[in-house]
Write a protein that binds this ligand. Structure first.
Ligand code: 5GP
Length: 185
C-alpha cells in the first residue's frame, strides 16, 4: 500500500480550526487527526487522550529527549505543544491520511522533516472578523486575547509560505475545500 498523505493545517487563534476539523472528521471518519501533547491545563470539557494528552512539563521534556515528537513548539509564549510521532507514522503506514493542527513554528519543523507533506493555511475573511470571533467565544481574558492576536499577526504574515490558503468564510464550503485538498472526496 502506498503511504498516505500528511497534511499540516495552520491558522490563527479563533479562525475556526476546531469547528472545521470537527466537521471534517465527522464527515470523513477515515481521516486521522493527530492528538497533540501539551503542558497546558485542560479547559472544561476537554478529555485527556481525546483533545490532547495533558502532560507535565517534565513528561513533555522526556518525550522530546526520547525523540518521540515529530515537532514541538512553545505556543503563545506560554505552554509547549507537540505531535507524538508514533501514531502519525502508524496511520500513514496503514494508508490512513493524517491531519496535524499545529502552530506556525511546528509547521516549519514538519516542512524540514517531512517536506513531502501538504501545508494548508486557514485564514479569516478579515482581521476585524478574527477579532470579533475571538471576543465572541469568550474563553480568554483581555490579556490572553492580546497575546493570541500578537501571534495571529505573525501567522497571517507567513500565509504565503503555505501550499494553499483557505479562507474560512463559510464552514461547509471550507470543509468541502479542505476535503478536496486532503484527497478525501
Ligand atoms: P489551544 O491552547 O487553543 O488548544 O491551542 C493553541 C495553539 O496550539 C493552536 O493554535 C494550535 O495550532 C497549537 N497546537 C496544538 N497542538 C500543537 C502541536 O502538537 N504542535 C504545535 N506546534 N502546535 C500545536
Amino acid at each position: 500500500m502506498s503511504k498516505a498523505q500528511l497534511t499540516v493545517l495552520v491558522g490563527p487563534t479563533a479562525v475556526g480550526k476546531g469547528t472545521v476539523v470537527a466537521a471534517l472528521t465527522q464527515r470523513y471518519p477515515n481521516l486521522k487527526v493527530s492528538v497533540s501533547a501539551t503542558t497546558r491545563d485542560p479547559r472544561p470539557g476537554e478529555l485527556n487522550g481525546v483533545h490532547y494528552f495533558f502532560v507535565s512539563p517534565r513528561e513533555f521534556e522526556s518525550m522530546v529527549q526520547r525523540g518521540d515528537m515529530l515537532e514541538w513548539a512553545l505556543v503563545h509564549g506560554r505552554n509547549r505543544y507537540g505531535t507524538p510521532r508514533g501514531p502519525v507514522d502508524e496511520s500513514l503506514e496503514a494508508g490512513v491520511p493524517v491531519l496535524l493542527e499545529i502552530d506556525l513554528a511546528g509547521a516549519r519543523q514538519v516542512r524540514e522533516n517531512r517536506p513531502e507533506s501538504q501545508f494548508i493555511f486557514l485564514a479569516p475573511p478579515s482581521w476585524e472578523e478574527l477579532e470579533r470571533r475571538l471576543v465572541g467565544r469568550g474563553t480568554e481574558g483581555p490579556e490572553e486575547r492580546e497575546r493570541r492576536l500578537a501571534t495571529a499577526r505573525v501567522e497571517l504574515g507567513a500565509a504565503s509560505e503555505f501550499d494553499h490558503v483557505v479562507i474560512n468564510d463559510d464552514i461547509d464550503r471550507t470543509v468541502d475545500e479542505l476535503a478536496r485538498l486532503i484527497g478525501l472526496e
